[in-house]
Design a binder for this molecule. Structure first.
Ligand SMILES: [Zn+2]
Length: 995
């Protein structure tokens, strides 16, 4: 026969859009509308309902300045002609545009008593009506659509977004839903979408096409309702054929990815969570087959605080196992940049919250959307009592296709975690025929593995699953030509997948690097600086408050530390710390970090004063895990005396600094041209160092996220000097470039084995990338980068497309390049982005150019990203072994504190073999408030180590625990306070003691 596929499908498309979908809702009455626009920020529902000055409001009326809140009061009665059996629904259109749910206006519907009914968004715009009277309130949020082709916009900050209304209330109707027609629509959609995916050569698609055609013939346009059943009957046969024996199995998980802040501020996320959770609760109560997974303890906590009655409904469904907490993290954080302890605490605070509120131990790390995954994660995940890992973000790779969807992921210490990447390549699935077919085609582990996971529900800005998605899932459960779709919890998927494939699954070793969004290691420098500073202040606060408690009986500030930790963890969310949120979010982040730092400084100060006592001498405190300048590790001593002298000589318009260990030459451009390592008799540099380099930075899209490889094509050295001077052991260089100014300070302290740099930038560039370069005379093909509890190596060559794609990478406090016998490290106090490349040397060999990424200036989503003043510090450490790099990283981030008082012995000494191989990352009191001291150490060099912990307090028992401070099975390798560690192993000890 002739091929009429296009004709039939065109007929169906028009029938669905013009007749059938609209006919599923019959308007039976209009509602009276009154409105009250909140003056300023949102108010609690009780305030709005009691005090709102509601005035009549017309359909078609404009409402909502950007970020404003308008309360609509909808009243009316169901006409007498509507029968008791009819399904009556209110349908509201707040003025939706065609953009996705969660990126525009949203609403939350309340009953007159203030209880929450359900959320409203463009794909979920209805409210069920029980009884004959309608009396509803809608809290409508005029969230603007910030994302419009990545064009710079002022909509991302309250003060610049304007105050003209941006929405019009388009409808508020009482309708009757035609269930049979709605079912017919689902039948037609599912079969037509399935047909489009089927092979042309097989009969199944042709049979479906004929059935679709017959169904349309059976429909009478003049009586759609009356003929819907007849049309459905024509489809019954093709709908009832079961899936093939070998059909792929999809575990569909109801979900809403809700970004904790992004193109909206945190306060809006509080409401987004309420809207989505209310929707989901409503669906769970109506559709027994739904299972819904929600991550981020912070979002549950917001719900509990701000919409307790929705939280109570959620808690009820959690108990029934259908609303499933997943992820076990405080937020879905970035994992590249959070420091060791913070990465651990994401799991500690997230998992503990779920345990305490629900008694639920989450078993799957759930990070569908973060921008790459650190090679330290598998061990942290496992030590938190988590078993599986999920993301799909690596499908966004620009260059290389990841070879597995289900595999064992092995971290730097060798820990393996069973991992799954949903092959549907989305965390916002809608269960369309195209999506499920793509999941099957794309799944790389077909053969030995037969199942994959698919999160479905509107996300990013929330929304969640809809009844339409559930209708599809039901039809796809057992349908010839389709994968089998079962709605179930992630743990059910993981259990079955691991059982089936665990023995054969391939292994991926090292980080899951995202070949995209490489600018997120640098954008919004103040947010990064705030995070780094807060992490180290938290270390100090815990250490010194523990010391003060043990030495003087001072109170330990459990509540304050818990709250501050959670604040810092919240800001590690994958659009805050990476710098990819609107201006509003980053302004608030800066203000919050300031408050956090002040509170921590005051805790630290109080603890140190208590330890130092009412003495008149001078005492210096060293929070670093290594002794330095005569001060014990994590202890106090008399302030160090100057260790020798620094000779400073003018030379050719520049200066030479010499402390007997290093000799540093700064030329008349203020550039470091030589660093002589006098002990090793070796020139460290292979070219001008501490050289600022300015690149054009105009990514193809995703401005704040991306730096594209062509940024390297255009570079200007910033070496024009306006002032060059020396003061003491510091050379000061002032420069002006573009609209910006910079002061660089180069310091060689007496006795120092490193050169310290401080840079103060008044940054007013647009779409530029500022780096600082250190060409070091080291021939190597790899570099080591600090990550959580250790480091990883990455090649510095571009042999393969995988190597070439890593042209910008993340490190924490240090990077190191080395050849046998000699290494050079570069440590920093607040930056994360790095690139290291190899350059051929004249006369043979190569050298390595190590660069720190200091500042960017993208225009979206914050048009003024990073404008203003920044201060950063970094240090070049010649002759650095790995241990020296680790030490420099701690030292530059933990300055010595001096105050009046007398030294007291440190709480804890660690005798490690090899020396400095075992590092104390945290000393704190146990979260259970038992008074036990918790000490977390890790092996930092990547080798075997033994360590003896020597506490200076009366320890009665030492037990190994997991990150949540729960006892672990005793490890035969440890004997009380003597530990034997494997490379990069993390060990947490709980020390009981008597006073
Ligand atoms: Zn996200």
């Amino acid at each position: 026969m002739h091929d009429d596929r296009a004709v039939v499908e065109d007929r169906l498309a028009r029938l669905l859009s013009e007749r059938l979908r609209p006919a599923t809702r019959r308007v039976v009455g209009a509602l009276d509308v009154a409105a009250w626009q909140v003056d300023g920020e949102p108010v609690p529902p009780a305030v709005a309902l009691a005090d709102g000055g509601f005035a009549p409001f017309p359909i078609g009326g404009a409402w909502g300045p950007p970020w404003g809140t308008t309360w609509f009061h909808l009243t009316g009665s169901v006409p007498a002609a509507v029968g008791e059996a009819d399904r009556v629904e209110v349908v509201v259109d707040l003025g939706w545009n065609s953009a996705s749910p969660g990126f525009q206006a949203e609403g939350l519907v309340y009953r007159p008593d203030g209880s929450v009914h359900k959320g409203l968004h463009p794909r979920n715009d209805w409210v069920p009506v029980a009884g004959r009277a309608v009396d509803l309130y809608v809290e409508a949020a005029a969230n603007p659509t910030v994302l419009q082709d990545f064009r710079p916009t002022d909509l991302g900050e309250l003060g610049t977004a304007g105050d003209a209304p941006i929405y019009r209330l388009a409808r508020a109707d009482i309708t009757v839903r035609d269930e049979e027609l709605a079912e017919l629509v689902h039948d037609l959609e599912v079969l037509s979408e399935l047909r489009a995916q089927l092979p042309q050569g097989e009969p199944r698609g042709h049979e479906i096409l004929r059935a679709l055609s017959r169904a349309m013939d059976a429909l009478d346009p003049a009586d759609l309702s009356g003929t819907a059943a007849r049309a459905r009957a024509e489809l019954a046969d093709v709908r009832s054929r079961p899936a093939q024996a070998s059909a792929h199995r999809i575990s569909a998980v109801g979900h809403a990815h809700i970004d904790t802040a992004w193109l909206w501020p945190q306060r809006e996320t509080v409401r987004k969570v309420a809207r989505t959770a209310a929707n989901v609760a409503d669906l769970l109560e109506t559709y027994p087959d739904l299972v819904y997974a929600m991550s981020s303890a912070q979002q549950f906590a917001w719900l509990e605080e701000h919409r307790p009655e929705v939280f109570a409904r959620v808690a009820d469904h959690v108990r029934q196992g259908r609303f499933v907490p997943v992820g076990g993290m405080w937020v879905e954080s970035d994992t590249n940049m959070p420091g060791s302890e913070a990465m651990a605490r994401q799991f500690v605070h997230g998992k503990r919250w779920f345990l305490e509120k629900f008694g639920v131990e989450t078993r799957e790390a759930w990070l569908p959307d973060s921008f790459g995954y650190s090679a330290a994660l598998p061990q942290i995940v496992k030590l938190s009592g988590t078993r599986w890992f999920l993301t799909q973000k690596i499908s966004w790779n620009q260059t290389n296709r990841f070879p597995h969807h289900t595999f064992w992921w092995e971290g730097i210490d060798g820990t393996r975690v069973f991992t799954h990447f949903p092959p549907a390549d989305t965390y916002n699935g809608e269960l369309t025929g195209q999506e499920v077919a793509h999941a099957v085609r794309n799944f790389r582990d077909k053969g030995p593995a037969t199942r994959s996971l698919l999160p479905f529900g509107h996300g990013d800005g929330g929304g969640g699953p809809t009844r339409e998605m559930l209708a599809r899932a039901r039809r796809l459960s057992d349908l010839e030509g389709s994968p089998r779709v079962a709605v179930e919890a992630p743990a059910e998927f993981f259990q079955k997948a691991e059982q089936e494939y665990g023995k054969q699954a391939p292994v991926w070793v090292g980080e899951l690097y995202l070949e995209l969004h490489r600018g997120t290691y640098t954008s919004q420098a103040a947010t990064k600086r705030g995070n780094r500073r807060a992490e180290h202040l938290l270390r100090e606060a815990e250490l010194w408050c523990t010391t003060a408690m043990l030495r003087t009986g001072a109170d330990y500030p459990y509540e304050t530390l818990d709250r501050l930790w959670k604040t810092v963890l919240l800001h590690q969310f994958h659009d805050i710390l990476p710098g990819s949120s609107i201006a509003w979010v980053h302004r608030e982040a800066r203000e919050t970090y300031e408050r956090v730092a002040n509170e921590l400084e005051s805790l630290i100060d109080g603890a140190l004063r208590s330890i130092a006592g009412p003495h008149t001498g001078e005492v210096a405190f060293n929070a670093a895990p290594f002794a330095r300048d005569g001060l014990p590790a994590m202890g106090a001593g008399h302030p160090p005396a100057a260790a020798g002298v620094v000779r400073v000589e003018p030379q050719d318009g520049g200066f030479v600094l010499d402390n007997g260990l290093l000799q540093v030459t700064v030329d008349n451009r203020g550039v470091v041209t030589s660093v002589l390592d006098l002990r090793a008799g070796r020139e460290v540099l292979a070219g001008p160092a501490n050289l600022l380099q300015l690149h054009r930075d105009e990514p193809n899209r995703w401005d704040a996220w991306d730096v594209d490889p062509f940024y390297r094509d255009l570079v200007t050295d910033v070496d024009g000097v306006t002032e060059l001077s020396v003061a003491g052991d510091t050379v000061r260089v002032s420069r002006v470039f573009g609209a910006s100014a910079v002061l660089q300070e180069i310091t060689l302290a007496a006795g120092a084995r490193r050169v310290d740099f401080r840079v103060e930038v008044d940054w007013h560039e647009r779409e530029k990338f500022l780096k600082v370069a250190f060409p070091v005379d080291v021939h190597t093909d790899r570099a080591a980068y600090e990550t959580q509890y250790g480091h990883l190596e990455r090649p510095t060559h571009e042999n393969t497309s995988w190597d070439a794609a890593r042209f910008e990478v993340c490190a924490h406090r240090w990077v190191r390049v080395a050849e046998p016998g000699y290494g050079v490290a570069l440590a920093n106090d607040s930056t994360y982005g790095h690139d290291v490349r190899r350059v051929a040397k004249q006369g043979g060999g190569t050298y390595s150019v190590v660069r720190l990424s200091l500042l960017r200036a993208p225009r979206f989503p914050d048009p003024d990203t990073d404008q203003g003043r920044h201060v950063m510090r970094y240090a070049l450490v010649p002759g650095a072994a790995v241990a020296d790099a680790v030490r420099a990283g701690y030292e530059i981030n933990l300055p010595v504190r001096a105050m009046p008082g007398e030294p007291a012995p440190p709480l804890l000494h660690v005798a490690a073999d090899p020396p400095e191989s075992v590092v104390v990352e945290a000393v704190k009191l146990a979260d259970d408030r038992s008074g036990d001291v918790v000490v977390r150490v890790y092996e930092a060099l990547g080798g075997r180590a033994t360590a003896r912990l020597e506490p200076d307090f009366p320890v009665t028992a030492a037990t190994e625990s997991d990150l949540l401070e729960r006892d672990l099975e005793p490890d035969a390798l440890h004997d009380g306070l003597t530990l034997r560690l494997r490379p990069f192993q993390i060990v947490t000890l709980r020390l009981r003691w008597r006073s």
